[in-house]
Ligand binder design. Structure first.
Ligand SMILES: O=C(O)CCC(=O)C(=O)O
Ligand SMILES: [Fe+2]
Length: 351
């Protein structure tokens, strides 16, 4: 995949300059600032979803179905990944952004590259930038890894990431299988696409900002992949989810992963489980770090609604496209709400 992004300077370094006014390129007007904090994204228990007690399982599956239809987001507890691995991952991820400027430079994106430190979806030198640095990396399948980047990463981060990445991959298949159960279709219709699936990680670092209301940590977007599993490294709010036209902050629970539906799952479920807009805000006081793992089908696969979910009442809502073309198309555009997925929609005129 030859996806790339224009190389931009480090916001972490910029934030160290004790600015009082944010440079214009980071000022984003017209942001909806109203947030509603009385609602919370649903919390699901994987232990119950996998339970042999069919009542318990059935009830939690209904909650999963509701969460996927109405929220596109949930927090997952009892996810089965060991606390020590998660804690190690948190420690090593923090350390990644504590590397010296020189060390980070070695891992910075090069011209024509997407992997490494930088920002994603930067298409033009004039476009508005986000108040954050990211570290982007292909992690699955193992043969797609960039040895240059892997060899230059701190050793413990790399070692723990390799284990964590494989665990998240397995967890993704479990969640997708459960979603197929909730949709009452043969799980193979969904899971077979993920045989040798893809995984990217994106470590987000949002430094404090003197004018947080003028910038955005990550613009309002839906994720291009099928399923995102996000680990909050800092115990701080920042992620917001759009629900019924209102921004709801996600209050991270200890020991939970934040899971969300991406565009590709919206396609596979023929629109039944839509991807949801979300964004990250920043604050004046303290940095925030998150690690998102994006899971997509095998790049050789074709992306289309699962046959059983295409019916007379619900004809196919998306055009067929290869997974590879979908990823390439997404990263060749600026991040803007659901604009990329909307181009794949079959309109009423049948185009
Ligand atoms: O930092 C966050 O909580 C959100 C990150 C995100 O949406 C992404 O990396 O796609
Ligand atoms: Fe996202």
């Amino acid at each position: 995949m030859d996806i790339t992004s224009i190389v931009v300077p480090s916001v972490q370094e910029l934030a160290k300059e004790q600015l009082t006014v944010v440079p214009d390129q980071y000022v984003i007007q017209d942001q909806e600032t109203v947030v509603l904090s009385s609602l919370q994204v649903p919390v699901l228990d994987l232990g119950k979803l996998l339970s042999e007690d069919l009542n318990l399982k059935g009830h939690e599956l209904e909650r999963l179905d509701y969460a996927c239809k109405e929220w596109g987001f949930f927090q997952l507890v009892n996810h089965g990944i060991s606390t020590s691995l998660v804690e190690n991952m948190k420690r090593d991820t923090k350390a990644l952004y504590e590397l010296s400027k020189e060390e980070k430079k070695k891992l910075w994106q090069k011209e024509g590259e997407m992997e490494g430190f930088g920002q994603a979806n930067v298409i033009s030198k004039e476009q508005k930038l986000e108040w954050g640095d990211t570290f982007f990396l292909k992690t699955q399948p193992p043969h797609s890894r960039n040895p240059n980047k892997f060899n230059q990463m701190p050793q413990t981060f790399r070692e723990n990431l390799e284990i964590f990445s494989a665990e998240l991959e397995k967890l993704t298949i479990k969640i997708i299988e459960l979603m197929a159960n909730a949709l009452a279709i043969n799980p193979k219709e969904m899971t077979e696409l993920f045989n040798i699936g893809t995984q990217f990680i994106r470590v987000n670092y949002y430094p404090p900002c003197p004018q947080p209301e003028k910038v955005v940590g990550i613009k309002s977007h839906s994720d291009a992949c099928a399923l995102t599993i996000l680990l909050q490294i800092s115990d701080i709010e920042g992620l917001q989810v759009l629900k019924d036209e209102q921004w709801i902050p996600v209050k991270p629970l200890p020991d939970a992963f934040i899971v969300n539906i991406g565009d590709m799952l919206e396609v596979i479920t023929n629109g039944i489980y839509p991807s949801i807009l979300h964004r990250a805000t920043v604050n004046t006081e303290i940095e925030r770090i998150s690690l998102a793992a994006f899971h997509g089908p095998n790049t050789q696969a074709m992306l289309a609604p699962a046959p059983s979910l295409v019916t007379q009442e619900r004809p196919a809502q998306f055009r067929k496209i290869s997974v590879l073309d979908h990823f390439n198309g997404f990263f060749s555009q600026e991040l803007h709400r659901k604009s990329y997925l909307n181009q794949m929609r079959i309109t009423e005129s049948g185009e």
